[in-house]
Design a protein around this ligand. Structure first.
Ligand SMILES: O=C[C@H](O)COP(=O)(O)O
Length: 215
């Protein structure tokens, strides 16, 4: 299973979370990556944890003030990027162009989507993976795997119909090892999570709890 911890704009210590994630990943068989704020990518990557960007712009080098260039996040140490998170929705043409930008910079890609229909459309754009997240469950602590298992199995089927090579993650409300096992049982090959770790009093303990059933 792949666990991608999105720190969003939470006021956590990105280095504390990254260091814990690197250690827990090393001590388990679980691939764990952290997606910090763009300004923290460099420092987070220095901890040795697999580091992702939360977003990259569709732009190439040029006059694009405020852009987050794929090339820049790769230079800072990111190896992948989320795209189209429900808190940073993109137009279809921009998802496509951001995927091209990520390809140019050799970044792995996960395109997020709300539901199985959107997952099928996202998979058709050729990312490495897609992530289904019902927006109403994000940050609630109620796991998608429990509240809406059909959306996970529907996403797995929708992606497989379009391109069997595209991995499917699920996210929203995931915080425990039990949630991770349920996600895997539903066919997901990874989870995208945020508040369960970024808002935890003890992020290391939260990560250890997450991977415990897989060890
Ligand atoms: O990117 C992560 C997802 O939006 C899930 O967030 P959450 O784990 O706080 O529900």
């Amino acid at each position: 299973m792949f666990v991608l911890v999105n720190l969003k704009a939470y006021p956590c210590d990105p280095i504390e979370v990254a260091t814990a994630a690197a250690d827990v990943s090393d001590d388990s068989d679980v691939r764990i990556a952290v997606a910090p704020q763009a300004a923290h990518i460099d420092a987070v990557a220095d901890t040795g944890v697999e580091t992702w960007a939360q977003h990259v712009s569709p732009n190439e080098h040029g006059s694009h003030t405020g852009s987050t260039l794929a090339e820049a996040v790769a230079d800072a140490g990111a190896v992948g990027t989320l795209l189209n998170h429900s808190e940073n929705r993109l137009k279809l043409a921009d998802i496509d162009a951001s995927l091209d930008a990520a390809d140019r910079a050799d970044l792995e890609t996960i395109v997020c989507a709300n539901n199985p229909d959107q997952i099928g459309a996202a998979a058709a754009l050729g990312p490495d993976a897609v992530a289904v997240e019902p927006p109403e469950l994000i940050g609630t602590g109620t796991p998608v795997s429990q509240a809406d298992p059909d959306v996970v199995t529907g996403a797995v089927d929708a992606a497989a119909r379009v391109d069997g090579d595209v991995d499917v993650l699920c996210g929203a409300g995931i915080s425990s090892g039990e949630d991770l096992v349920s996600a895997s049982d539903l066919g997901a090959t990874g989870v995208l999570l945020a508040s369960g770790v970024a808002k935890a009093d003890d992020p290391r303990a939260a990560l250890e709890d997450l991977v415990e059933p897989l060890n």
